[in-house]
Design a protein around this ligand. Structure first.
Ligand code: 5GP
Length: 217
């Protein structure tokens, strides 16, 4: 529980969207943010992709069959969805809407198609950051280092990377991830600034009204 003081102003949550081609280090930055920045929670997507050995259902993804995914999509329970590398991925609507109204910040590790849909659905709330690798060689090295994916999956992801990188202009911010710690510091600076944005802080009305009603002695 964060301690509250007179200058804690009620605000709505930040919807922070991180996108990048696979292997640009987005997941590491996301993890640093969740571990080190107070008040962030991860939006856990639904996917039809096979679970990786290191992944835990309900923590990394909600793993679904294609039929289950279609039911969620058709009943309007997804805020956005996309097909990425041959699998379906989507964001559940309810947890996001609840978090934003309650002033809790949410992190989205989603692709450019999902980012575009979120931006359209909730333009006031979304802040988007595109993470770029320093070189294509480094991107391939990181994809291979992960070693959890088979060769053909790595090849597909590298092929898709060029197209994904071309979407960079649609994002509010771009961070080049040459050094993980520095990239995280940049993302953190963006978060700190966005939390202070006037439009996100309806509580400022009351604060300023009170301030102006004071008569200094
Ligand atoms: P991975 O299979 O490596 O976990 O994710 C593959 C890609 O799907 C990544 O670029 C990731 O950001 C994206 N992704 C994960 N969840 C979602 C989601 O809910 N919606 C969309 N549009 N993309 C997602």
């Amino acid at each position: 529980m964060e301690s509250s003081s007179i200058t804690d102003i009620r605000r709505t949550g930040v919807m922070l969207v991180l996108s990048s081609p696979s292997g640009a280090g987005k997941s590491s930055i996301a993890r640093s943010l969740l571990d080190n920045v107070q008040g962030f929670e991860l939006s856990i997507s639904v996917t039809t992709r096979q679970r990786r050995p290191s992944e835990i259902a309900g923590m990394h993804y909600h793993f679904k069959t294609i039929r289950e995914f279609e039911i969620l999509r058709e009943s309007g329970e997804l805020l956005e969805w996309a097909e990425v590398h041959g699998n379906f991925y989507g964001t559940l609507r309810k947890p996001v809407e609840e978090a934003i109204v309650a002033g809790r910040d949410m992190l989205f590790d989603i692709d450019w198609q999902g980012a575009a849909q979120l931006r359209k659905a909730m333009p006031e709330d979304v802040v988007s950051i595109f993470i770029l690798p320093p070189t294509m060689n480094e991107l391939l090295a990181r994809l291979k280092r992960r070693a959890e994916d088979p060769e053909d999956v790595i090849a597909t992801r590298l092929k898709n990377a060029r197209f994904e990188i071309e979407q960079w202009r649609d994002y509010d911010y771009v961070v080049i991830n040459e050094d993980l710690d520095q990239a995280f510091q940049s993302v953190n600076a963006i978060v700190e600034a966005e939390r202070l944005r006037r439009q996100r802080r309806p509580g400022l009305e009351d604060f300023v009204a009170r301030l102006l009603s004071e008569t200094p002695e």
